[in-house]
Ligand binder design. Structure first.
Ligand SMILES: Nc1ncnc2c1ncn2[C@@H]1O[C@H](COP(=O)(O)OP(=O)(O)OP(=O)(O)O)[C@@H](O)[C@H]1O
Ligand SMILES: [Mg+2]
Length: 261
């Protein structure tokens, strides 16, 4: 199944007014261009403040660039749309709604619940939450809450799923399980995914390509295709070699000396 669409970011610039000085601007993104094929999974790595979240917000249509364009397939992005799902580090669930109602909430907002109600069960099964449909968010572990957030985004059949450190708050074991979960969903649905992560192992394990950004103003420093066969072995010599090479690149870029960027 291929639900994904291509994403094209063309010469995007974005700056913000500085909080303490209305005259001064923070340049968040400088001439960023990136093309992602339909169904591709691309990770974005870069130091804090280099504009990763800004780029995701622009792609989500939550903000507009100063110049440049963003396209989903043949359509230019002009505002938010359910075809571009966004999942953050904080699952942002409605605490007063059950798991089922949280997953349904996107459909309710779009007036599609009647038509799509039958899919709610399917998506709860897909993320392994069928026995928790009546639980409330405070009963869920971090990993389970993040699965609800994923199901809530996926039920809209997004053509592009934007993931901003979605697994960043999870412990190491849950995180690795969830990486497999996201990969399974990606393979099942063919959704195009753009994943922001600070974890180089996660980026290598999951991505078709890793895009490295420079410190602010964020530019694309380089793109590394990951051609290791899937499912990937985290301890294989090839994996570890790639990890070393990427660390080295980041080291020379003056950004990081450990596996966390
Ligand atoms: N709404 C805003 N108003 C003013 N400045 C902003 C706004 N959003 C982002 N910035 C600034 O733009 C720059 C890029 O921020 P952004 O959140 O995109 O970085 P990031 O790469 O996601 O960082 P992190 O890894 O810490 O999440 C930062 O200097 C930030 O302070
Ligand atoms: Mg961010």
């Amino acid at each position: 199944m291929t639900e994904g669409a291509s994403l094209r970011i063309a010469s995007v610039n974005k700056d913000f007014a500085k909080a303490n000085d209305v005259e001064a601007r923070t340049i968040a993104l400088h001439d960023v261009s990136l093309s992602i094929a339909a169904g591709e999974l691309v990770s974005l790595i870069g130091p804090s403040g280099c504009g990763k979240s800004t780029l995701l917000r622009l792609t989500a249509g939550l903000d507009t660039p100063n110049s440049g364009e963003l396209w989903i397939g043949p359509e230019m992005i002009t505002g938010p749309n359910a075809e571009r799902g966004l999942v953050f580090q904080d699952p942002n669930l409605f605490p007063w709604l059950t798991v089922r109602r949280n997953i349904e909430s996107g459909l309710v907002a779009r007036g599609k619940l009647q038509e799509k109600r039958h899919e709610v069960d399917e998506f709860m099964r897909l993320v392994g939450l069928e026995t928790f449909e009546n639980a409330y968010p405070h009963h869920l572990s971090g990993g389970m809450a993040q699965r609800v957030a994923l199901a809530r985004a996926l039920i809209n059949h997004p053509k592009v799923l934007l993931l901003d450190e979605p697994l960043g708050a999870l412990d190491a074991f849950t995180r690795m399980r969830m990486q497999d979960e996201v990969l399974r969903l990606w393979q099942a649905r063919g959704t195009t995914m753009l994943l922001v992560t600070h974890d180089i192992d996660e980026a290598i394990y999951m991505s078709d390509r890793i895009v490295i950004m420079t410190p602010r103003p964020g530019r694309i420093e380089r793109t590394i295709p990951i051609t290791l066969e899937r499912p990937r072995q985290r301890n294989s010599p090839e994996f570890l070699q790639l990890r070393g090479e990427i660390l080295e690149m980041l080291h020379f870029a003056g950004e990081a000396r450990s596996a966390e960027v």
